[in-house]
Design a protein around this ligand. Structure first.
Ligand code: LYS
Length: 416
C-alpha cells in the first residue's frame, strides 16, 4: 500500500535507493513518498465519489508545507486545530473554503483569522466556545458557520491517550446535552448552524465503533430536524487506523461503504478528517547505527535518531516496524534494543527486534509519516532532522536539517 519496497536487495523510496538519500542528506532524516500520499488521499475521495463529500486532511498528522501542497493540488480540504495550521494551509495553496477548524481551546485571535479568510466551518467543542465565537463574529459583522462536536460516549478500543469520544475525555459536547446547545446556538445572531461533528479517537482498527457513533449521531440529527434545526453536513472526524504491526484496519473504501449504507438516502454531505491513514505509511525515518553495545542483559544498537525525533514509542509504547535499508546475511541475527543518544531510559525506537546489524548500517523506521516530525523536539539540544519528499526519481528537500544557529537564535543571556 506504499512505495517503500525492496529492490535488488535494498530499500527504495519510489525510484530512489534509500541508501543514496542517506549518503546525500545525512541521517537521521524523514523521507516521504508523494505517490503514497496521493494514493491514500484518492482512496477516500474515490470511495466517496457517489455522494456530496469533503475529505479534510488532518493537518496535525504531518503539516509540512509540501505535504499540504501535494494534497491541496488534489483538491483536498483540511482539518486544522490552530491558526498556525491555518497559515500553513494558506501558504501551501489550500482553499480556506474547504477548511474545518476543530479544537477545544480556540482563542479569539484564531477565530478572527479563520473568519477573515472564510473557513468552511468551526467544529465547536463547548457551550462557552459558542458565546466567544458569536461575539467575535459579531465584531466582524459576519456569521460564523458552525457544527457542534458531539461526544457520543463510545469506546473506540484504542490507546487511552488517543481515545477522544468517551464521556471522560475533554473533547466535544455530551451528545445528551447537544439538542439544548443547538437550540441556544440557533438563537445566536452571529452563528449559522451547518453540521454535526463527531470524532471518537485515533488508530481505530475496526468499523464498529464508528458505526455505533454514527447511529447515535443520526438519532440526534433526526431530533434536531423535529426542533426545526436542519443539518446539512455530517463530519465523522478521522481516526481510521493503519498497519504498524499486525493490525488489519479496514481500507477507506470499506469504511466509507459501511458509513454510506447507514446513511441511506439522507441528503447529508459527508465530511471526513483522515490524517494518519493518509500520511503514516507515506513516510519513513532513516537512521544509522552508531555503536553496538552488548551487555549481560541486552544488546543495544545505539542509533542516531532518538525520542526527540520520533516520540511515539516512548509516549504510547507504540510499535513501529524497523527494517534494514541494505539487509545483510554476513552477521548473526540477534535481538536488539534500538536506542538513541538522548539522556533518558525511555529513549528507544524499538525493543527486542531481530536484526542482523553492524555499526554503520542504515535502518528505516516505517509508518513515520504521521505524528513523526510534527511531534519532534529539540530535547538535548538536538537539531531536528530534515524532511525529504521523494517524487519518482527526484528527492526534494522540503525542510532542511536544523542547525544549532536555528535553535539558539531566539535565546539570549541576561544583561551584564
Ligand atoms: N499523536 C498521536 C499518535 O501518534 C495521535 C493523536 C491523534 C490526534 N487526535 O498516535
Amino acid at each position: 500500500m506504499d512505495h517503500f519496497n525492496y529492490r535488488n536487495g535494498e530499500l527504495y523510496a519510489e525510484e530512489v535507493p534509500v541508501s543514496r538519500i542517506a549518503e546525500q542528506f545525512g541521517t537521521p532524516a524523514y523521507v516521504y513518498s508523494r505517490a503514497t500520499l496521493e494514493r491514500h488521499y484518492r482512496a477516500y475521495d474515490e470511495a466517496l465519489s457517489g455522494r456530496p463529500h469533503l475529505v479534510c486532511y488532518a493537518v496535525k498528522a504531518n503539516s509540512n508545507l509540501a505535504v499540504l501542497n501535494v494534497l491541496a493540488r488534489l483538491g483536498a480540504g483540511f482539518d486544522i486545530v490552530s491558526a498556525g495550521e491555518l497559515e500553513r494551509v494558506l501558504r501551501a495553496g489550500g482553499d480556506p473554503g474547504k477548511v474545518v477548524f476543530s479544537g477545544v481551546g480556540k482563542q479569539e485571535w484564531e477565530m478572527r483569522r479563520a473568519l477573515e479568510v472564510g473557513v468552511r466551518c468551526f467544529n465547536v467543542e463547548s457551550d462557552t466556545e459558542l458565546d466567544r465565537l458569536n461575539r467575535v463574529a459579531g465584531d466582524l459583522r459576519v456569521k460564523a458557520p458552525i457544527s457542534l462536536r458531539v461526544n457520543p460516549d463510545v469506546d473506540a478500543g484504542t490507546h487511552p491517550y488517543i481515545s477522544t469520544g468517551l464521556k471522560e475525555n475533554k473533547f466535544g459536547i455530551d451528545i445528551a446535552e447537544a439538542p439544548a446547545v443547538y437550540a441556544r446556538a440557533a438563537g445566536m445572531a452571529n452563528l449559522e448552524i451547518h453540521g454535526v461533528d463527531c470524532h471518537i479517537g485515533s488508530q481505530l482498527t475496526s468499523v464498529s465503533p464508528f458505526l455505533d457513533a454514527l447511529d447515535r449521531v443520526l438519532v440526534l440529527i433526526d431530533s434536531l430536524a423535529e426542533q426545526g434545526i436542519k443539518i446539512r453536513h455530517l463530519d465523522m472526524g478521522g481516526g481510521l487506523g493503519v498497519t504498524y504491526d499486525q493490525e488489519q484496519p479496514p481500507q477507506p473504501a470499506e469504511y466509507v461503504k459501511a458509513l454510506a449504507e447507514r446513511l441511506g438516502d439522507r441528503s447529508l454531505e459527508l465530511v471526513l478528517e483522515p490524517g494518519r491513514s493518509i500520511a503514516a505509511n507515506a513516510g519513513i525515518l532513516v537512521t544509522r547505527v552508531e555503536f553496538l553495545k552488548c551487555t549481560e542483559h541486552h544488546n543495544f544498537a545505539i542509533i542516531d535518531a532518538a525520542m526527540n525525533d520520533l516520540i511515539r514509542p516512548a509516549l504510547y509504547s507504540a510499535w513501529q516496524s524497523i527494517i534494514p535499508v541494505q539487509p545483510r546475511q554476513d552477521v548473526e541475527e540477534k535481538r536488539w534494543d534500538l536506542v538513541g543518544p538522548v539522556c533518558e531510559t525511555g529513549d528507544f525506537l524499538g525493543k527486542n527486534r531481530e536484526l542482523r546489524l553492524q555499526a554503520g548500517d542504515l535502518l528505516a523506521v516505517r509508518s513515520a509519516g504521521a505524528y513523526g516530525f510534527v511531534m519532534s523536539s529539540n530535547y538535548n539540544t538536538r537539531n531536528r532532522p530534515p524532511e525529504l519528499m521523494v517524487d519518482g526519481d527526484q528527492v526534494h528537500v522540503v525542510r532542511r536539517r536544523e542547525t544549532l544557529e536555528d535553535q539558539l537564535a531566539p535565546e539570549c543571556s541576561l544583561p551584564e
